[in-house]
Design a protein around this ligand. Structure first.
Ligand code: SF4
Length: 117
């Protein structure tokens, strides 16, 4: 895969999409979540961390979008992923979707450190 051909206006070039979990337990009636269902099915931090690591080390990815419906619904996955990236000095910028009631300052600070690129 030649990531020079992929970009996202918000993040930049050498961009790809990964997914940490499927499903969302929240009840928003307007949402397309019905496609994935209510049951949250997260990967482990190690699974997702290895995917990010491969994207960075093998494909020179610089920017990643986690396309999960609600990334921090799987808070343990997100914390574990951040710790995985920081422990291995994996430098990549990333973003996600979340709910304002599903983050707090410590989690946001950890995510910011791990997404500094
Ligand atoms: S929190 Fe987001 S993904 Fe979950 S049901 Fe509501 S709008 Fe959909």
């Amino acid at each position: 895969m030649d990531l020079r051909r992929y970009q996202y206006e918000i993040l930049g070039n050498r961009f790809l999409v990964l997914e940490g979990s499927r499903g969302c337990p929240y009840p928003c009636t307007y949402c397309t979540r019905v496609i994935q269902g209510k049951k949250l099915r997260p990967k482990t931090p190690e699974q997702l961390g290895r995917e990010v690591e491969a994207a960075v080390r093998q494909f020179a990815a610089r920017n990643i979008y986690f396309i999960d419906l609600e990334f921090t619904a799987a808070a343990e996955l997100v914390r574990g992923l951040c710790e995985y990236l920081l422990a291995r000095a994996i430098s990549v910028r990333w973003c996600c979707q979340t709910r304002v009631d599903q983050v707090d300052e410590p989690l946001l600070a950890l995510m910011r450190r791990a997404a500094a690129g």
